[in-house]
Design a protein around this ligand. Structure first.
Ligand SMILES: [Mg+2]
Length: 233
């Protein structure tokens, strides 16, 4: 097997989504005077995340447009604390306006992508909207590693783990699946999905959750491990 290209997930793989979102949500709720309506900041975050995951799943399933899922999240979240927003879009816009200042790549992302980029062609396959992810990759200084090879589910028409989105990523790189690896933090959506599409699958388990790997899944705990392990493929 000769590996020629690597495709990456973005959120919680090269971009610290969970950490940056935590900071931004807590600040925004404090600014809106809502943080003390929850038993604790952790409880507020738990509700924000649960609602986000439920509504985001509906976006990925094609039931809601990207912007619609944002507004649904606002209405549901505020409803839990007895607030009816005059303008959910304006509320979300206030949250989003300050968000980019908290956006950050994981510290291992830039050095690893720089080095891998000398040996492989690199790209992205993400369950999101292209404009949103391009803005994010620009803000965290990683967009130049991927050229035009950025595939997002909204534009592609279906989401990971559907095999066609991984194959679309390979096609953007000009490679066959057996020449391509995929790296992502979600075991089912990323690792199993990529494996089943015929790619070499790396599951990035940063928190060492201990989920036992199954056939065809390679487990790494940092992006830095890719430097060594890909040199043997
Ligand atoms: Mg992810």
């Amino acid at each position: 097997m000769t590996l020629k290209g690597i495709l990456f997930d973005i959120d919680d793989t090269i971009f610290d989504y969970t950490g940056s979102e935590r900071q931004r949500v807590l600040r925004h709720l404090a600014d809106e005077g809502l943080l003390d309506r929850f038993g604790s900041p952790e409880q507020a975050l738990e509700r924000w995340r649960t609602i986000m995951e439920e509504e985001y799943a509906r976006f990925l399933a094609g039931e809601l447009a990207f912007e619609e899922q944002q507004l649904r999240r606002v209405v549901r979240f505020l409803d839990e604390v007895g607030v009816v927003p005059d303008d959910p879009a304006a509320w979300f816009a206030r949250y989003a306006a300050g968000r980019e200042t908290w956006w950050a790549a994981f510290p291992d992302a830039a050095p690893v992508l720089r080095e891998l980029g000398e040996r492989f062609v690199l790209g992205v396959v993400s369950n999101s909207a292209l404009d949103h992810q391009l803005r994010k990759l620009r803000a965290i200084g990683l967009v130049d590693h991927f050229g035009e090879a950025i595939v997002c589910s909204q534009e592609h028409g279906c989401a990971k783990p559907d095999p066609t989105i991984f194959l679309a990523g390979c096609a953007k790189l000009g490679l066959e699946p057996y020449e391509t690896a995929y790296v992502g933090d979600k075991y089912d959506v990323d690792a199993i999905g990529a494996r089943d599409a015929g790619l070499t699958a790396f599951w990035l388990d940063r928190n060492r959750s201990g989920t036992p790997p199954v056939d065809g899944i390679r487990v790494i705990h940092s992006l830095t491990e890719l430097l060594d392990v890909t040199s043997r493929l």
